[in-house]
Design a protein around this ligand. Structure first.
Ligand code: ATP
Ligand code: MP5
Length: 270
């Protein structure tokens, strides 16, 4: 069986973070493993408190997995602070996984900081250069490139700038723009739009986590990056279309594989 490892924060509400990642990997028929960087007390409305995990324990979790189990792809989400960015980078450099999908999580839907401002520099200098793909949303792309990203033209420019910062490829997500929810991909040669109509729902908690995990799961199965993003976009679109009315805030996406299979005519490949 193919495997994928998520390095991210825990969301007690189950909609984002590690929980969304493992649900996505399971739905796509990939064996999910986890390194927990922080424990958040969170629901669909708010992040109440956060306990960052000691860097030694983060390093030990990564080493425990890699020293024993083949890892076909890695997905990185919430990293909380500079020390965590540094230990994750250093430990991954030791094992050199083939695929690293970096979702540069910064702020939750409810406005809580999930990455300290002082960690952004370490993320740019250390982690971006070893990423296979980086998947910022619009506000994250703005922080990383240092200017506004609001139009399609801005997205093209930000993709080029981000790629110069070291990752093999870039996917800027359009979920935070008005109008359709179109994501722009750039691999240094070609641009590619992954488009979908905006689905009228407030239940979009964990959409970025789900998308990046689906890309990692697809890469673990051995498809090309373009195929991995294409089918992950189909997965997240179905997951948002059938999102769940749970809680009073931003509800979670839906990971029932049968819905995805039906919507896209794809058979499970385990
Ligand atoms: N209302 C929507 N309708 C259709 N697609 C959407 C919608 N909202 C987000 N998406 C898609 O979901 C994916 C994640 O994008 P988004 O910009 O929401 O990421 P994000 O802000 O990092 O997510 P999160 O922080 O909630 O995990 C993208 O493919 C985006 O186009
Ligand atoms: C542990 C964790 N990781 C990531 C997110 C981002 O998701 P969202 O922007 O939907 O709140 C989150 N809220 N919590």
């Amino acid at each position: 069986m193919k495997t994928a490892l998520t390095i991210a924060g825990s969301d007690s509400g189950g909609g984002a973070g590690i929980q969304a990642d493992i649900k996505t990997m399971s739905a796509l028929g990939v064996f999910g493993m986890s390194v927990i960087t922080a424990v958040t007390a969170q629901n669909t409305m708010e992040v109440r408190s956060v306990q960052n995990i000691d860097v030694d324990i983060i390093r030990d979790q990564i080493e425990a997995v890699f020293d024993d189990i083949r890892v076909d792809a890695v997905k990185i989400g919430m990293l909380a602070n500079a020390a965590t960015v540094q230990v994750v980078t250093k430990t991954l450099q030791k094992y050199k996984p083939q695929h690293i999908v970096l979702d540069p999580v910064m702020i939750s839907k409810g406005g809580h900081y999930l990455l300290q401002d002082s960690a952004v520099n370490a993320l740019i200098k250390e982690l971006l250069p070893i990423a296979t793909l980086v998947t910022p949303n619009i506000p994250e792309a703005e922080v990383l490139v240092g200017n506004a990203v609001q139009t399609e033209d801005d997205m093209y420019k930000a993709c080029i700038r981000l790629r110069e910062m070291g990752p093999n490829s870039v996917l800027i997500k359009g979920g935070h723009l008005v109008g359709d929810s179109n994501d722009l991909y750039y691999d240094g040669v070609d641009f590619h739009w992954f488009k979908s109509k905006r689905i009228a729902t407030k239940n979009t908690h964990g959409t970025g986590c789900t998308l990046s995990s689906a890309i990692a799961a697809n890469l673990a199965k051995g498809v090309t990056m373009l195929e991995a993003v294409q089918s992950a976009k189909a997965y997240i679109t179905t997951a948002i279309t059938h999102s769940l009315e749970l809680g009073s805030g931003y509800g979670p996406t839906n990971h029932f594989y049968d819905l995805y299979e039906k919507a896209n005519g794809i058979k499970r490949d385990v």
